[in-house]
Design a binder for this molecule. Structure first.
Ligand code: HEC
Length: 168
């Protein structure tokens, strides 16, 4: 028995709907959806190297800090602060002026997260101590009294207060 003409029309409509859906998925895939993750972050890190160095250890001459291995949430938070102007807007803040345009260049959705993910995955590079003639015992007493409460012991405490681990 030949199919009912209405059934044929419905079949055509269903086919067209599937085709449109597939086409839009393909378009989304190549056009608007950005590549995210460590591979993209690695690519993006090329723009950070001139100041933060190949291994993320920073440059004292440029006053660019060591960022390798900082927690991802902290890196993301700082990049977003530079982007929004919470950091790097004070006219006297020369270092911030160097960093702010770099953070603002990460303007494709997902790039802040990707580069933060990559930097967090790098091996930490503790900066060499530059202070001479300090008093370690007095420093320890001050640290315990003033900083330890905020720095806490767990990452949850750090994130809640936006404080990183100073023990790097
Ligand atoms: C032109 C030099 C320069 C480039 C390029 C640069 N930075 Fe920076 N960055 C700095 C300086 C200088 C600071 C310190 C700013 C301050 O003292 O507030 C900084 C600070 C930071 C901080 C804050 C660190 C902290 O402990 O709070 C992060 C995170 C950071 N940069 C990530 C990046 C990333 C990711 C890139 C690449 C997308 C990048 N930077 C490119 C110079 C640069």
């Amino acid at each position: 028995m030949a199919p009912h003409p209405e059934a044929l029309v419905l079949r055509g409509v269903a086919f067209a709907l599937v085709a449109v859906t597939l086409a839009s998925v393909a378009f989304w895939g190549c056009g608007t959806k950005v590549q995210e993750g460590i591979a993209r972050g690695h690519e993006l890190y090329d723009t950070c190297k001139p100041c933060h160095g190949l291994n993320g250890g920073g440059s004292q001459a440029l006053a660019a800090p060591s960022i390798a291995g900082l927690p991802q949430w902290y890196i993301e938070a700082q990049l977003n602060k530079f982007r929004s102007g919470q950091r790097g807007m004070n006219p006297a803040d020369m270092e911030g002026h160097r960093m702010r345009p770099m953070a603002r260049s990460l303007n494709i959705e997902g790039d802040v997260t990707s580069v933060a993910q990559y930097v967090a995955s790098m091996t930490p590079q503790p900066a060499a101590a530059t202070l001479t003639g300090g008093n370690v015992a007095a420093g320890e007493a001050k640290y315990t009294a003033v900083c330890a409460g905020t720095r806490g012991l767990s990452e949850a405490t750090y994130s809640a207060t936006d404080a990183t681990s100073p023990a790097r």
